[in-house]
Ligand binder design. Structure first.
Ligand code: ADP
Ligand code: MG
Length: 699
């Protein structure tokens, strides 16, 4: 039962220097970990545990485990196997183990002379002759015995350079001692906790920092222990509250209600060569409704690759312009910004709307001219990369900010662009677009500051892309397939993962692939595109491919986001086994945009890891972005999938959005109640869980 403990002074808020053994030098280092107060130390939680409560005989070691071992040095020598290294062989009568050090000094070598008894801790791997540990923690065992065994499972903390695990353990020991003397304030009323059997905050902290030896390591490792759940709940709540507050803050601001422009919008819609899908219409209505309000819109549009997000963004831009205001669209890459600019110019200039492009490559006079037209309001729509929010770019009357492929940006960048529109106390509306579809509960948590619209329908006439998975040995067949497609007037992307040969990864270089394809397919027009080319060259290549003056585009993953060439119907991806699901899905989304049957060939090289095999199978089995995201979530976890930085999700310490997804509905409820009944508990919770540096406020 959680009891709200009343302490007169908040001991936990005292600085780290109040702990025994912490001086100002250490405090400076701790500050880099975000540890300023005793509370920060208490909530700097272990991310895994090791069982060092017993010593494992060398004879019963096997590769893959982490263990404490003990033995006598039999042999100590410096070897040159590619690199200079120190090899130390120990034995305890039951078996052998080699310790391998790549960084070592003479003193260290002397310490481990033949005959010395050592106690070591590390990960056991199989080596050329014996099992080994690379750079183990070790200690000489003296007669009086410095002991490495411990009475609890050993917590491993997120560390930083210059602070050793041992030091972090000392610190938490000291902080726990404080905790015993002075209870920590529990900000959660018991009735908000979903499970009455959970331990108190006090007990939960004690447990996760120092689990007893009989604690079940698997339970702890999987994060399902009630102590962890108790803390995870509180963390998710703090996270939720921080995004809610951000949203509240923004929603309190004034914006420009955009209500006019029906006629111009109608003209725009009539000029399009297609009808909006019903999903696009529905989402547009949601946006139009938001734009008409005097508070800033904060809307995320989720839609699978190819679902037609761009035209919805264009509708919003037209609306802003029709109301006498400006709109800015920010894209993550130059290539994508250029493509958007071309589309917007083609769509909007016939309506008398001036669209300008501003990217990093615009310098000097050109840049000055573009900036002048934005500052004067002559240009109504700006398309660009993050060059758009450089400090000297000013708008005359920016009312709408559109962010495309949001997962590539950080929340802070979004907030910066928003500041650009600040004018007489009013902020622009924000429209955020993403092709990373995520399940609903996760969206509620990750995007708690946003309203979410989903384009859950593809434009008609698309035939699903057929995906085949082919070993690299059958490359020649694929080359023939490319020839046939091109002879039927289709176009082909051929994607290579890296630009330069890398011995380590044996990557097929784009340049080499290009040369090989040119040699194999002399009758075809083949172009090469990679990140090392300058913007002009990239432009020229892209333009040629778009206008079908090239048949095959050999490219690196620079074409991953947004590129739209409907006549391209074959996508070949080399070394597909090295790419993640989201990336493969994005790349595959470059084809299947026209009415022709499209195909995607995933070339792979042996050996295939288990995860790679699974990914390739999923790609072959489904085209559905949601389905793929769900699998991706299982494989990589939400932090990786969404990018913690990108969503405003702070790095979670105990909680895991996937594992603890069942808590999310209760987290929502608790957030509502706390904001309503105990608003003064919100700030202390944020201080506790969401570090100052990670807080997103108004910039
Ligand atoms: P994404 O959602 O991946 O950004 P795009 O906006 O690039 O997708 O749209 C993909 C393609 O579909 C573009 O060529 C676009 O012109 C076309 N498109 C968009 N909406 C429709 C529609 N309603 N009917 C037919 N084609 C459409
Ligand atoms: Mg797009």
């Amino acid at each position: 039962m959680a009891v709200v403990l009343k302490t007169s002074s908040s001991t936990e808020l005292r600085p780290v220097t109040a702990l025994r053994g912490v001086g100002s030098a250490l405090a400076v280092k701790l500050a880099t970990l975000g540890l300023h107060t005793i509370q920060d130390v208490l909530f700097h939680l272990p991310f895994r545990y090791e069982d060092r409560t017993r010593t494992v005989p060398l004879g019963s070691l096997h590769a893959g485990i982490r263990a404490v071992v003990e033995g006598e040095v039999q042999l100590s020598e410096i070897a040159f196997r590619g690199r200079r290294q120190l090899l130390v062989r120990i034995s305890d009568g039951s078996g052998w183990l080699t310790l391998r050090f790549f960084h070592f000094g003479a003193a260290q070598q002397n310490q481990m002379a033949r005959g010395t008894r050592l106690r070591c801790f590390g990960e056991v791997r199989s080596g050329p002759q014996t099992l080994e540990m690379v750079h183990p923690e070790y200690r000489r065992i003296m007669a009086d015995g410095g002991n490495m065994d411990s009475e609890t499972l050993t917590p491993i903390y997120p560390a930083t350079e210059g602070i050793q695990q041992a030091r972090l353990r000392q610190l938490s020991t000291a902080a726990l001692q404080e905790l015993k003397q002075n209870n920590i304030r529990d900000w959660l009323p018991a009735e908000l906790l979903p499970d009455p059997r959970w331990p108190t905050l006090q007990a939960a902290l004690q447990y996760v920092h120092r689990p007893p030896p009989d604690a079940r390591l698997e339970l702890l490792a999987s994060g399902h222990h009630p102590a962890q759940r108790r803390l995870a709940f509180e963390e998710l709540l703090a996270q939720q509250l921080s995004l809610r507050l951000l949203r509240q803050d923004i929603k309190r601001d004034a914006s420009w209600p955009l209500v006019q422009g029906t006629e111009l919008l109608q003209r725009f819609r009539n000029s399009l060569p297609f009808q909006l899908t019903s999903a696009q219409q529905r989402v547009w209505q949601e946006i139009e409704h938001d734009l008409a309000l005097p508070q800033p819109m904060l809307r995320l549009v989720q839609g699978d690759v190819g679902s037609g997000k761009t035209v919805v963004a264009a509708l919003a831009a037209v609306k802003a312009v029709a109301c006498g205001m400006q709109a800015a669209l920010m894209a993550p890459t130059e290539l994508l910004a250029e493509q958007h600019a071309r589309n917007f110019q083609r769509w909007l200039e016939p309506l008398g709307i001036e669209v300008v492009l501003l990217t990093g490559k615009h310098t000097g006079k050109t840049r000055a001219a573009i900036m002048a037209s934005l500052a004067s309001g002559k240009a109504s729509v700006a398309i660009g990369t993050h060059a758009l929010f450089q400090s000297d770019v000013a708008f005359a009357r920016l009312a709408l900010v559109i962010i495309d492929e949001q997962h590539r940006f950080g929340v802070n960048q979004r907030l910066l662009l928003r500041e650009k529109g600040l004018d007489a106390g009013r902020y622009p509306h924000q429209l955020i677009m993403t092709a990373t579809p995520i399940p609903r509960t996760l969206a509620m948590s990750a995007y708690a500051d946003l309203d979410v619209s989903v384009i859950d329908e593809l434009p008609p006439g698309r035939t699903p892309v057929q995906t085949v998975v082919v070993p690299d040995g059958r490359r020649n067949e694929i080359v023939q397939r490319v020839r046939e497609a091109c002879l039927q007037q289709r176009q082909v992307y051929w994607v290579c993962p890296l630009i330069e040969e890398s011995e380590l990864l044996s990557a097929q270089a784009a340049e080499e692939t290009y040369a090989n394809l040119v040699a194999a397919l002399p009758e075809l027009r083949i172009q090469l595109l990679h990140g090392r080319m300058n913007a002009k060259q990239k432009d020229a290549v892209m333009e040629q491919f778009k206008s079908h003056q090239a048949d095959v585009l050999v490219a690196t993953t620079v074409i991953e986001v947004g590129v739209d060439v409907p006549n391209a119907s074959v996508m070949v991806i080399e070394n597909a086994e090295r790419m993640g699901l989201a990336q493969l899905h994005q790349l595959r989304g470059r084809v299947g945009r026209g009415s022709a049957q499209s195909s995607c060939v995933l070339l792979y090289q042996y050996p295939l890891s288990e995860v790679a095999r699974t990914r390739l199978r999923i790609m072959r089995e489904t085209n559905d972005g949601f389905e793929i995201a769900r699998h991706d979530l299982e494989i990589r976890g939400p932090g990786e999938l969404l990018g913690t930085r990108q969503t405003g999700l702070v790095q979670l310490r105990v909680a895991d959005l996937m594992r603890d997804a069942d808590l999310l509905p209760q987290v929502q409820k608790a957030a509502d109640l706390l904001l309503r009944d105990k608003p003064d508990h919100v700030e202390p919770l944020l201080t506790r869980w969401v570090g100052q540096s990670e807080r997103f406020g108004k910039v």
